[in-house]
Design a protein around this ligand. Structure first.
Ligand code: COA
Length: 259
């Protein structure tokens, strides 16, 4: 796979996507957004890939947001089209495989929104998180006003979105925006070790597990519990369940095939 704005590496069932515009702090221009949609679509179909990690190139940034240069002459009609939920992060939002955000620096605006659309967020101690759109006379447009309050509560989300102020990774962890904070030099190893642990599980069961957990923020408790019980029962039709249970009883490591 060849991309202009991304580097993609696949090893041990883990795909790592690096947004590669370090001189622009990996700001997402249209090309990068189109390529992200494309790569997520390709990785969704690639059976070798069980887990995806996304990060930014360089020392300073995960992703410093949408490319502000594109806002200068943009019309409302263009933005309405480009920023719809069914276009931005479309392929990421519909992806069934687990996605981990490896936040190695600034995660601002669309960068934080992309991280929030992922399933697990790991950040280095030096990471800075924010929704600074208000300083441009804007509000978040790629999910920030909806996902941030769900993760950290309305008041804190209101403060971040209405002041545009950044928080550090430690505060993000305290508030539930970041799941793990590690030293900068340990970020890669720590994140990839989580990815590898997940990638060893049944790829089919991983997708079902993700579906169940995602439902928690989208359904009533009653509907979510109903869904979970159906998904749990469904897994009793898989060979991977048979293999997992047999391996436990035989005291050996399971070999899952996604069947
Ligand atoms: N869009 C386009 N270009 C961006 C960008 C963005 N969101 N964020 C950073 N860049 C570019 C800068 O314009 C600069 O380019 P240049 O060297 O051609 O002038 C380069 O990346 C480096 O950024 P710089 O501002 O010089 O780094 P810094 O360390 O002084 O500041 C930030 C870092 C993150 C505080 C600052 O870049 C910033 O505020 N960026 C915008 C963040 C934002 O508002 N994001 C939400 C957009 S909706």
């Amino acid at each position: 796979m060849q991309y202009e704005t991304l580097i993609v590496e696949i090893k041990d069932h883990v795909a790592k996507i690096i947004v590669n515009r370090p001189d622009k702090l990996n700001a997402l221009n249209k090309k990068a957004r189109d390529e992200l949609n494309q790569v997520f679509k390709e990785l969704a179909e690639n059976k070798e890939v069980h887990v995806i990690v996304i990060t930014g190139a360089g020392e300073k940034a995960f992703i410093a947001g949408a490319d502000i240069n594109e806002f200068k002459d943009a019309t409302a009609a263009e933005m309405y089209q480009n920023f719809r939920p069914d276009t931005i992060f479309y392929e990421l939002n519909r992806l069934r495989k687990p996605v981990i955000a490896m936040i190695n620096g600034y995660a601002l605006g669309g960068g934080l929104e992309l991280a929030m659309a992922c399933d697990i967020r790991v950040a280095s101690e030096n990471a800075k998180l924010g929704q600074p759109e208000i300083k441009l006379g804007l509000i978040p447009g790629w999910g920030g006003s909806q996902r941030l309050p769900r993760l950290i509560g309305e008041g804190r989300a209101m403060w971040m979105i209405l002041t545009g102020k950044m928080i550090d990774a430690k505060k993000g962890e305290e508030w539930g925006l970041i799941d793990f904070v590690v030293k900068k030099e340990e970020l890669e190893e720590f994140t990839m070790s989580i990815a590898k642990q997940i990638a060893e599980m049944s790829p089919f069961t991983l997708q079902v597990g993700k579906e169940a957990v995602k439902a928690a923020s989208q359904m009533s408790l009653r509907d979510g519990l109903e869904l979970e019980s159906r998904l749990f029962a469904l897994l009793f039709s898989t060979k991977d369940k048979d293999e997992g249970v047999a391996a436990f009883l035989e005291k050996r490591k399971p070999v899952f095939k996604g069947e």
